[in-house]
Design a protein around this ligand. Structure first.
Ligand SMILES: Cc1[nH+]cc(COP(=O)(O)O)c(CN[C@@H](CCC(=O)O)C(=O)O)c1O
Length: 308
């Protein structure tokens, strides 16, 4: 999927894609202290477009920056507006938005970011089904990673920090090399944590379970699906579970801005349930896509509407 568009927003200005460059001594490039978001915009059935839970994403982005001690030179609303303006500048009625707050160059190198400037860039690009065209329907095959998710005092796991994703890259590339679509990571105590870029849910006898916010990212899609599931009358339990509970589950699925709701049909060569999207995943997927397309007025506050 190409990521090239016409413009990227940088430090308050819309910059042609080819000019959106940084110096090789950019501190974040060397030390990984950058924070970012993944946000989706959808075409609504009434012909407008909407960014899904933009405020929650910007709130998490600024929270991540706070965790990393980065002083951001733009306000919540300025960043939210810049996301919408970048979509419009690129004439995108739908797509993926990637804000990045990073530490620039020019003042000092070394572990201490010191006086280097805090900079902001926002890119957008079209992004279809994150885990493959048939993933949303058929489900994916995943494996338990040989890599462990961060201990909560080794990396700041509630912050979406660029450097945290070295762990995700190791897990994802190992899974792909072994013929799987994605990795499932366990936490330092051996309980299921999350995917390399997703939160995870299982269903057993109609009860939906997902790990509590311990060592995992507080996913906005996770939060949305919990809300929608409860509205549909499902019992949702935020509780640690083990990999063999996934093996024995009736259903399992990932959630994320990029992944949306992707059913898991197999973990470690054990077929889960019937080996395809189950009734709960299908019901939640349908409810989720109705909301993001503006078809459920109860969740209008989750949508930042715009038109080109
Ligand atoms: C580790 C992790 N856990 C859970 C989630 C789900 O969070 P949320 O998007 O708020 O529901 C994501 C998002 N992963 C983003 C990055 C994907 C990428 O490849 O880059 C995303 O889905 O945009 C994670 O990276």
């Amino acid at each position: 999927m190409g990521v090239r568009t016409d413009f990227i927003w940088m430090d308050g200005a819309m910059v042609p894609w080819d000019q959106a460059n940084v110096h090789v001594l950019t501190h974040t490039l060397h030390y990984g202290v950058g924070v970012f978001e993944g946000i989706r915009a959808y075409e609504c059935t009434d012909g407008s477009s909407a960014v899904f839970r933009l405020n929650e994403h910007i709130e998490r982005l600024l929270g991540s920056a706070k965790v990393m001690g980065m002083k951001v030179p733009f306000s919540h609303e300025q960043l939210a507006e810049a996301c919408v303006e970048t979509l419009k500048a690129n004439k995108m009625t739908a797509g993926y938005i990637r804000p990045l707050i990073f530490i620039g160059s020019g003042e000092a190198m070394g572990v201490n970011p010191g006086p280097n400037p805090v900079r902001v860039a926002i890119a957008v690009w079209p992004w279809g089904a994150y885990l493959g065209a048939e993933a949303l329907e058929r489900g994916i095959r995943i494996c338990t990673s040989s890599y462990t998710r961060h201990h909560v005092n080794v990396m700041m796991t509630k912050a979406k920090v660029a450097g945290n994703y070295v762990n995700s890259v190791l897990a994802k590339t190992e899974a792909l090399a072994d013929g799987y679509d994605e990795a499932l990571l366990l936490d330092p105590t051996g309980y299921v944590a999350e995917g390399s870029g997703e939160n995870v849910f299982i269903v057993k006898k109609g009860v939906i379970k997902t790990p509590p916010l311990t060592s995992i990212l507080a996913g906005i899609t996770r939060d949305s699906l919990i809300t929608l599931a409860k509205e549909l009358g499902y019992e949702v339990v935020e509780q640690l579970f083990t990999r063999d509970e996934v093996y024995m589950a009736d259903e399992a699925f990932f959630s994320g801005t990029a992944a949306e709701l992707t059913p898991i049909r197999e973990l470690d060569r054990r077929v889960i349930g019937e080996g395809h999207a189950g009734p709960v995943a299908k019901a939640l997927q349908a409810a989720f896509f109705k909301v993001v397309k503006g078809e459920n007025p109860a969740y209008a506050n989750w949508l930042r509407r715009y038109s080109l």
